[in-house]
Every structure is written in C-alpha cells, then in structure tokens.
Design a protein around this ligand. Structure first.
Ligand code: RIB
Ligand code: CA
Length: 313
C-alpha cells in the first residue's frame, strides 16, 4: 500500500530530486500535494520551482500550494549563495504552465489531515518547518492524525552548516522546529550526520546524465550547479545530497540506521540558535521524541535514485 504523503518544500535542487524520487515511485508513495515554504529562496520563487519540478516529472496531476512567506518570528534567511538566484539554477526549465492552487498551503495540510483517516498521512518536510508548525498551531487536533513527520534538518555529531551549531532548515525557523519537535508527533529526522554521507560524486552525477531522459539531464545540471559551494567549503569528492534521504527512507528504510532519542531545539540563545540538541546517549529523562538517523548506505541510496529517476520522462 503506497504511503500517503504531503511534501513541504523550498526547492532547492536537492528538494527537487527528493520530489522527483517520490513522483517516480507511485507504487511506494502517493503524493497528495506539495506545499512550498520560504527558505532557500522566497516563497514565490520556491512555489514556481515546485511547479517546474512537477512539470518536469510529467505528474501535473499533483496540486502545488503556497504556504508561509516567512518564519514564525524571525526575519527570513535565504540561501541563494548555494542554490543560485532562482533557487533552482543549473537546468534551463521552461516557465510552468501549471498554476499554484487557490487557498493557503497550511489550510491544505489541515484540511487533508482532518479528512483522511487517522494515521494514514505522513508529512515530508524538506525545508524550514514554518508551514507544519502553523498547521499544528491552527488545528492542534491534527497532531494525533499525522502518521509521522519525516524531515531533513538538524545536526549533532556533524555540527552545523549555516552556523557552527545549526543546520539551515532548523536555523531559519527555530520556533517552528520547536513546535514540531514538542508536538508528540512521531518524527524521523535526517540530519547532516547522515546527509553528509550521501555525496554526489561526479561518477554518480554522470549516471544520472547517462539515463538519457530529460529528468536525468535536469538532475545532473541541478547537482552540477549546487555542488560548487559545498565542494569549495568541504573539499570532498562530492557535495552532500540532503533532501532525497527523506523520500528514500519511505521507499527503502533499510538503507538507513539510527536510534530513538530526544531532540530539543535551541530558540533562546543567539550563539546556538537552531541547534538540534540530541540526547544520543540518553543522559536525561527527556522524551525520546525522534528517530535520529545517523548513517546510511550511500551506494544503495544512489542506486535507488538512479533506478527510479530512469522511470520518469
Ligand atoms: O541544510 C540543508 C537543507 O537546507 C536542505 O533542505 C536544503 O534544500 C536547504 O533547504
Ligand atoms: Ca530543502
């Protein structure tokens, strides 16, 4: 039975690959809708990028909504330095014909969860958690209806990427992350600890290009653009591929390893704002609210990605 999911996203090249993996896998994942959030670039640009990715996949049946345009409390921090001015630099994708749905993305999340049977819908969060926090604040009763939240965000042993202690998605809206991690909803967390093991080497990017379809060519161009910043920063033989860990987990959880532990978000300190404080060794009695994924099989991850992206146009 395919997993019913809503994808909350700030595309971003890595978000795009995560979305394409989901849309290429209808036997495993049923995408009920995609909701854009402000993050990598502005809300409007992220929403437009989501439309482009849906059209690239050929799955124009999937509704795309616009969610929140800024974090709950903080000014928006964006990442054009990584993703380019459009947020999806690299491929030359056509202007979308598909339109953004009427209505707010947060209302789509709330209405869908109210309508669907309890425990039948998972939320996949690929950007700042603003929309999901707003949905939980607007309709607290939906918390018990969400099957799980699978999110890319946070870091612990691998430390931060936007500051020495914080990962970008959590840093942008730490108050929203605190609402989500305090909600009691089961959380599967894909932190930098695992995503930094998923490196898009040139051999792996060439395998996408060699698929011979438009999706493979676009993905190769996306990653060929977004790798620049990380290769310069880290000096590794490939840039980390973050967001597809979320949708890959839903298809092949055996690729990943982790443990249940407490994760609490720092919201008061300016020095460590957005740090995902992880009680990995259970030294406190804080509730074990999160399945913290610490490692994964990168060869299996890229083999899955390549095999699934081959199924798209
Ligand atoms: O820190 C990595 C995360 O920030 C990814 O989701 C990437 O798309 C950016 O949003
Ligand atoms: Ca993202």
């Amino acid at each position: 039975m395919p997993e019913n999911i809503i994808i909350d996203t700030d595309p971003g090249q890595d978000d795009a690959v995560a979305i394409l993996l989901a849309l290429a896998s209808p036997g495993d994942i049923n995408v009920l809708g995609i909701v854009a959030v402000a993050g990598n670039v502005s809300l409007g640009q992220n929403a437009k990028n989501a439309l482009k990715v849906v059209e690239l996949s050929g799955r124009t049946d999937i509704p795309v909504f616009a969610g929140c345009a800024r974090p709950l409390r903080r000014p928006l921090v964006t990442a054009e330095h990584v993703h380019g001015q459009t947020g999806l630099d690299g491929p030359d994708l056509p202007e979308p014909q598909k339109r953004i749905e009427d209505g707010h993305g947060v209302d789509f999340i709330v209405d869908t969860l109210r309508r669907e049977p309890e425990g039948s819908v998972s939320l996949c969060a690929l950007g700042p958690l603003t929309n999901i926090a707003m949905a939980l604040i607007k309709a607290p009763e939906i918390a018990k209806k969400i099957k799980q939240i699978v999110l890319m965000g946070g870091a612990y042993f691998e430390v931060g990427n936007i500051t020495p202690t914080a990962e970008f998605n959590i840093y942008v809206d730490p108050e929203a992350a605190d609402v989500v991690f305090s909600s009691g909803v089961p959380i599967i967390m894909m932190p930098l600890d695992v995503t930094h093991q998923m490196l898009s080497t040139h051999k792996r990017i060439e395998a996408f290009e060699a698929l011979g379809n438009r999706t493979g060519a676009a993905v190769a161009a996306m990653l060929g653009f977004s790798e620049r910043f990380d290769l310069e920063k880290y000096g590794w033989n490939g840039a980390p591929l973050h967001d597809p860990c979320v949708t890959a987990y839903l298809i092949a959880p055996e690729i990943f390893e982790g443990r249940q532990c407490n994760v609490t978000i720092e919201t008061a300190s300016e020095l460590t704002r957005g740090m995902s404080v992880t009680d990995y060794w259970h030294v406190t009695d804080r509730p074990k609210n999160t399945f913290f994924v610490r490692s994964g099989d990168s060869d299996a991850f890229y083999a899955l990605l390549t095999e699934r992206l081959a199924r798209l146009p």
